[in-house]
Design a protein around this ligand. Structure first.
Ligand SMILES: [Zn+2]
Length: 315
């Protein structure tokens, strides 16, 4: 398995780390994505992204398994995602979108649960102007259905939502959930730094929630990134945030994700991976192995899948 060794041109980081798992990437068919609002203004990501495209960029970096996260809310997009996951050995698991308040939620969960690569569902609250939404009865009822089935809930939230997640855990202590993109703090402006710090610290101390170490632009940043591309992956800005998360959560509750191909708005796949490794600084090899592989293997129960991927050359 020659590609299991990370490329040696990653300056300043251990060259011989045995990397493994990308817990956050997307694939889409342009026709369906256009219906969901993707326009030509999105430049480099206004195209179809297939499992083969992902393999071309991830495999040379030593990535042998990826978790595919939904990029669309429709049934057609979920089906397309299931089909792409089934066609690729690189995709070890997938997480479709759920509307937690949907009357058909249980039916959808039970249907997906028959797919051996189904690993999680994602709920999006980032763009919701009302953080109280996470306290609504219909949302809590949806979370109860997910928790009782032991399904992982991927949470796309911001700092303002974190205190509600703490309350959710008081009620559903066995919920298995993960906060995506570190709850998207305002890295440059630090406008929500205090709320982010207190929220994440409290979640780390009082719940079992996990967190993904990844960068994804906030919605309001995207216009600026498209009109002035080339800024690169925000290594310096993210450093203090990942440092705090490492201290509060520890490497057994943190997992790396690329957010490819959305990350192409700022950097290549390789530079995205390199950026996070540089931002994390001088970790022990065993800590790096947890953040980039073993925590995800355990969290998503990928043992059997990644072993079979490791013995297969397919993508
Ligand atoms: Zn994403």
């Amino acid at each position: 398995m020659t590609h299991r060794r990370i490329a040696t041109d990653l300056d300043g980081v251990t060259p011989d780390l045995d990397l493994g798992i990308d817990t956050h990437c997307h694939l889409w068919e342009l026709g369906l994505a256009k219906q969901g609002g993707l326009t030509a203004a999105f430049g480099p990501i206004f195209r179809t992204f297939s499992p083969g495209d992902l393999s071309l960029v991830a495999a040379p970096c030593g990535i042998t398994a990826c978790i595919l996260i939904e990029s669309g809310k429709t049934r057609e997009e979920s089906t397309a995602m299931e089909n792409m996951a089934a066609s690729s050995n690189l995709i070890a698991g997938f997480a479709p979108y759920v509307d937690l308040a949907s009357p058909s939620l249980e039916e959808e969960l039970d249907s997906w649960s028959t797919n051996p690569k189904f690993r999680a569902v994602r709920a999006r609250f980032e763009g919701n102007p009302d953080p109280d939404i996470l306290a609504r009865q219909e949302i809590l009822q949806g979370i109860a259905k997910i928790a009782e089935r032991g399904i992982i809930l991927e949470l796309l939230v911001r700092a303002a939502h974190l205190k509600y997640i703490l309350k959710i855990y008081e009620r559903f202590q066995h919920l298995k959930s993960v906060i995506e993109h570190m709850a998207k703090p305002d890295l440059e402006g630090q406008s929500d730094r205090g709320e982010w710090e207190s929220g994440m610290k409290a979640l780390a101390a009082n719940t079992s929630v996990a967190c993904k170490l990844s960068f994804s632009p906030r919605v309001e940043q995207i216009g600026g990134l498209l009109s002035a591309p080339g800024g690169g992956w925000p290594i310096e800005a993210i450093k203090p945030f990942v440092g705090s998360l490492l201290e509060w959560f520890g490497p057994t509750r943190l997992m790396w994700g690329s957010d490819w191909p959305v990350t192409l708005l700022v950097a290549s796949y390789k530079d995205t991976l390199r950026g996070m490794r540089v931002a994390l600084g001088g970790l022990q090899p065993c800590q790096e192995a947890m953040l980039f592989k073993s925590t995800a293997t355990e969290f998503y129960r990928l043992g059997a899948i990644t072993e079979s991927v490791g013995s297969s050359k397919g993508s």
